[in-house]
Design a protein around this ligand. Structure first.
Ligand SMILES: Cc1ncc(COP(=O)(O)O)c(C=O)c1O
Length: 357
């Protein structure tokens, strides 16, 4: 009795992954215990840690001169970890494209001279600023971007024009489309949307940026420490790392990021085309900047929005309520959402429109 789960995060995982985790829960690879019950320094878990790491490298084509770290504290912890590790000149520029970008900026101001290079706040973050128009200060340590804006349903399609290190929060789009890691100095992402249960945060960082942390940087936020210890400096989030390994295997078997990108683009196109051709539903995001992971939309009234969410839930289409900053509905259609889920949503939207026009 599984529903179609459109939650923005934590989010749906592939059914086959959940089934595999269920099958192995009591006795992982003949160890006589669960993966959640054993030492993270034992051979069995170390193998899981290594496989998860190397599969992510393979899937994202991560160059040798980058480290992949598995840490904790969510993407929110990275709002502090990034400046604490990367500020050698003491200043960085931020592009504000949503509330998580705003939070990253505010956290950053505790540690250095931060400046807002561009913002779409005045338009309730319905677009990504045009990169050709965004200018950065000289001598900055990095430019911070939020590649996909989970709440507002936008995503970057262009890199900022700068020679400075580009940092990107990819929490809600990691592994959804092909990206060239080499364009970024650091990528971070909470795992709970496209990768695993909550509790794991991925950091992909160019090795040359390591070892320059500010003296006040807490040990647990210091990338160089995690790198030196293969992400096992302290007890890691073992179960999310294990599930991430299963998800990476699933994705590899599917054909990798190239294959899921095609599926994701098709799912998003179907939904946006339907919305655009309807006089009942509206998506307010600048077309070029539309996210393929999070699709916000509204009906003609707040009352109908509430009715939509309630009736959709009864029909097995859950977690469609929009974020309070945007209102209406939001369909998060991450990697694990099958195309059938999007088709079912569109069918429901058609029926709801007919009954409520
Ligand atoms: C783009 C983005 N950044 C940061 C966060 C915060 O992540 P966490 O809850 O893992 O700290 C989220 C959460 O939804 C997000 O979508």
């Amino acid at each position: 009795m599984r529903v179609f789960n459109f939650s923005a995060g934590p989010s749906a995982l592939p059914l086959s992954v959940l089934e595999q985790a269920q099958k192995e829960l009591l006795n992982y690879e003949n160890s006589g215990m669960s993966i959640t019950e054993m030492s993270h320094r034992g051979k069995v878990f170390m193998k899981v840690n290594e496989e998860a790491n190397s599969l992510l490298r393979e899937l994202m084509n991560i160059p040798e001169d980058y480290s992949v770290l598995f840490v904790q504290g969510g993407a929110s912890q990275q709002f502090a970890a990034v400046p604490l590790n990367l500020l050698s000149n003491g200043k960085a520029d931020y592009i504000l494209t949503g509330s998580f970008a705003q939070k990253a900026y505010e956290e950053g101001t505790k540690y250095g001279d931060m400046s807002v290079a561009a913002s779409s706040k005045d338009a309730n973050y319905t677009f990504i600023p045009n990169m050709s128009d965004v200018k950065f200060r000289d001598g900055i340590d990095y430019v911070h971007t939020t590649w996909n804006n989970t709440i507002f349903g936008t995503r970057y399609t262009e890199l900022p024009k700068t020679n400075a290190t580009i940092v990107s929060d990819m929490s809600s789009c990691i592994l959804s489309e092909e990206i060239d890691v080499k364009n970024f100095g650091l990528i971070y992402a909470g795992a709970q949307k496209n990768i695993a249960p909550a509790g794991l945060t991925i950091v992909i960082v160019k090795k040359e940026l390591l070892g320059k942390a500010m003296p006040i940087c807490p040990t647990m936020l210091n990338y160089a420490i995690h790198d030196k210890n293969d992400s096992l400096y302290n007890t890691p989030p073992c179960f999310p790392i294990y599930v991430s390994m299963l998800v990476f295997r699933w994705l590899k078997q599917l054909g990798g990021v190239k294959a899921i990108q095609e599926i994701n683009r098709e799912k998003a196109k179907m939904l946006y085309d339907f919305i655009d051709n309807s006089s009942f539903y509206t998506n307010k995001v600048n077309v070029k900047d539309r996210s393929i992971m999070n699709v916000p939309f509204v009906s003609p009234s707040v009352e109908l929005d509430a009715k939509f969410v309630s009736e959709a839930t009864s029909a097995g289409l859950v977690s469609l309520k929009g974020h309070r900053l945007v209102g209406g509905m939001r369909a998060s259609i991450y990697n694990a959402m099958p195309i059938e889920g999007v088709k079912a949503l569109i069918e429901f939207m058609k029926k709801f429109e007919m009954e409520n026009k």
